[in-house]
Design a protein around this ligand. Structure first.
Ligand code: SAM
Length: 271
């Protein structure tokens, strides 16, 4: 499944460091994917030891990501900026959006070079999809990136995805101010989908401790803080909720398991 290998299964691009865990690969390990290394699996296994959700939180988050993208595409949004997009897996933002509108454009942004390395295969076959390596903490570099400028039209509605990425920013990195910068750049009628690791249950703190120790990042924030990221936007029903509760396709089973409570988020529209 290593898509950059071009036939050589042992080849690794020099920018990929397999001696330290990476967020994208640890998330892939939680999802049960194959694009991760022993250091990454060690973090996921330790996490699941303290938070035995068997990867359900990651899967529920990913499922909500796709329900949100489908919703936005059905509202007529035909361009998406997916920041902290992660490794391509079984389904992806562009496939979901392009099932609704084959002409929908998607830019994937991630600061982990492994994402671009894997996504090259997508680039070759999909003219409406681009992938860049950039950091969400440098919004102007993203807006002015040659692959973004002229490809996304910021004078028209955009679907901005900040899904399971803002919790990788520390409090000292002004996550609220950064999200505000992105919201300000959006044209009226745009949408923002944001999900975030949530301290809604005490057990989450155990997983947070593992992530902070072994990965150096992954902060749970509480519901008012997560809701605050949407300030200035009109929430789409049902607002900011645990991800399984966001416009579910099947009835939600209560009580929500650990995987159901550890991530919260929503979708909101810029008036
Ligand atoms: N958005 C996908 C999803 O929800 O299924 C992937 C979420 S994954 C938990 C977080 C991703 O954000 C990782 O791929 C990681 O490399 C990326 N990331 C973390 N910090 C980032 C930053 N400062 N700028 C860009 N990407 C970042």
């Amino acid at each position: 499944s290593l898509k950059w290998t071009h036939g050589d299964p042992d080849y690794l691009p020099p920018e990929i460091d397999t001696s330290r865990p990476s967020i994208a690969r640890v998330y892939d390990a939680f999802l049960g994917g194959k694009d991760n290394f022993a250091v990454d699996r060690a973090v996921a296994m330790e996490g699941m030891k303290h938070f035995p959700d068997n990867g359900e939180g990651a899967r529920q988050n990913r499922a909500m990501l796709f329900r949100g993208v489908k919703f936005m595409a059905e509202q007529g949004v035909d361009q998406f900026l997916d920041i902290g997009s992660g490794l391509p897996t079984m389904d992806n933002t562009h496939s979901v959006a392009q099932r609704v509108n084959p002409d929908a454009r998607v830019v994937y942004v991630d600061n982990d070079p492994i994402v671009l390395a894997h996504a090259r295969a997508i680039l070759q076959t999909n003219g409406n999809t681009r992938v860049i390596t950039a950091d969400m903490r440098e919004p102007e570099k993203i807006f002015n990136h040659p692959e973004v400028e002229g490809f996304l039209d910021f004078s028209r509605p955009i679907g901005l995805l900040l899904v399971a990425v803002v919790h990788h920013l520390g409090d000292d990195e002004d996550p609220e101010g950064l999200v505000k910068t992105y919201k300000e750049r959006l044209a009226p009628g745009s949408y923002m989908q944001l999900t975030h690791f949530c301290s809604c249950a005490p057990e989450v703190r155990a997983l947070e401790a593992v992530l902070l120790t072994m990965l150096g990042t992954g902060r749970a924030r509480d519901m008012p803080e997560i809701t605050g990221f949407f300030d200035g936007l009109e929430p789409v029903e049902p607002g900011v909720v645990h991800v399984p509760e966001w416009r579910p396709e099947r009835p939600v089973e209560y009580p929500l398991g650990l995987g159901g409570i550890c991530i919260a988020g929503g979708v909101a529209r810029k008036p």
